[in-house]
Ligand binder design. Structure first.
Ligand code: SAH
Length: 357
């Protein structure tokens, strides 16, 4: 395909904010460095319209690596007997928040495996304690698939946001990445429940996961358009030792950045993180993500003693650093490319707080 035809597709995406599945797949299959730059420039302009040169930060607290699930790609899957398991107590979580608040974080993300130790009630208590101590902060949960009732309970306790990547919008592909106990249908049910309850919702997928094709990526993009999430998290798949996919190749930083740019044009006001996984496969990955249209970074606030243990994939960066080091390292990186970190909850542009509706 001629570069002019591809650029014309990007122009139409910019204008109409949608393409067909066939057109998305064509873009993925035929992209070149020149097309990448064409997308990045437009994506940066769009991000600038909504967020100027601001980059929002989220303090990530990885509070448990116990998990009852067995996703084939994930280093903390239940069957991985070599994973060194840990849980943070409520007080440890609160002390991460205390440190984080001083460092300018106004969003705390509690992420973990699906760990039945954190019952609805226990997690509710933790959410309430954080909201009580830091009423000007947003609390984000990222703890996998639960019932409508559990989600509602956490929302009523004050949780503002929920991150749940759909992982892939192709049901057959989904089944190649997960055991039979997990399904795309339930993942989607969760996402629509979360939206209905009133959470700001983040979804997304891994780039370069095993069996991914231009067609499954097209399905991901169309699903995102349908879901209309507030945030989209994408990062390269990176193999994790002691998993069924240990010897599979990693996804590329280039394709991740291309898709960040495409998603910025598809959902112009969306919150788009430049992920730690992107920084792991490319030393300048997070900077490149921002220059491709991303506007969020999620430095780690977890205590250093557990950092290495939350090993979703191999060679994860920043596992030896204290929270403050991560925070200032990212600030330097963001400023080196002409952006700045904003001390704010950082809701999606145009988002209306349900409490004020
Ligand atoms: N248990 C929660 C949190 C999952 S961890 C949940 O189910 O949502 C957050 C994300 O890390 C996952 O959604 C997945 O997309 C990503 N991830 C897991 N293993 C990975 C790997 N090997 N490489 C890259 N990303 C991975």
């Amino acid at each position: 395909m001629e570069i002019q035809e591809l650029k014309a597709l990007i122009d139409r995406l910019e204008r109409e904010k949608i393409l067909t599945a066939e057109e998305f797949a064509l873009l993925v299959e035929n992209r070149t460095p020149e097309l990448d730059d064409y997308v990045f420039e437009k994506a940066r302009a769009q991000a600038g319209e909504f967020y100027n040169a601001d980059v929002y930060i989220r303090g990530l607290i990885e509070f448990t690596n116990y998990c009852k699930n067995d996703c084939y790609y994930c280093g903390i899957r239940h069957s991985n007997k070599n994973a060194d398991r840990y849980r943070l107590s409520r007080d440890e979580i609160l002390s991460c928040c205390e440190q984080g608040y001083e460092l300018g974080f106004r969003t705390f993300v509690l992420q973990g495996g699906e760990d039945p130790y954190y019952t609805d009630e226990r997690l509710e208590g933790i959410v309430r304690a954080i909201k009580q101590g830091y009423p000007d902060c947003a609390v984000t949960l990222s703890v996998g698939e639960h019932s409508y009732e559990s989600y509602k309970r956490w929302f009523d306790a004050g949780a503002d946001r929920y991150l749940l990547r759909h992982e892939t919008a192709d049901a057959m592909h989904y089944q190649k990445l997960h055991p039979a106990s997990l399904s795309l249908a339930n993942r989607k049910r969760c996402l629509f429940d979360l939206k209905k309850i009133g959470f700001e919702v983040g979804s997304g997928f891994m780039v370069g996961s095993p069996y991914q094709t231009p067609q499954t990526i097209a399905a991901d993009l169309l699903f995102l358009k349908e879901l209309q999430p507030d945030m989209v998290g994408i990062g390269p798949f990176i193999p994790a030792k002691d998993t069924p996919f240990a010897n599979e190749p990693a996804g590329s930083a280039e394709l991740t950045c291309f898709l960040l740019g495409v998603i910025r044009l598809l959902l112009p006001a969306v919150l788009l993180p430049s992920t730690t996984a992107l920084g792991t496969i490319d030393p300048l990955g997070r900077e490149k993500g921002i220059l491709s249209g991303a506007n969020v970074v999620m430095p780690n606030l977890s205590p250093v003693r557990v950092r290495k243990k939350y090993a979703l994939y191999d060679n994860k960066i920043c596992t030896g650093d204290e929270a403050a080091e991560c925070r200032f390292c990212l600030q330097r990186r963001v400023e080196s490319i002409g952006y700045k970190i904003a001390v704010t909850r950082g809701d999606r542009a145009g988002w209306v707080n349900p409490a004020q509706k």
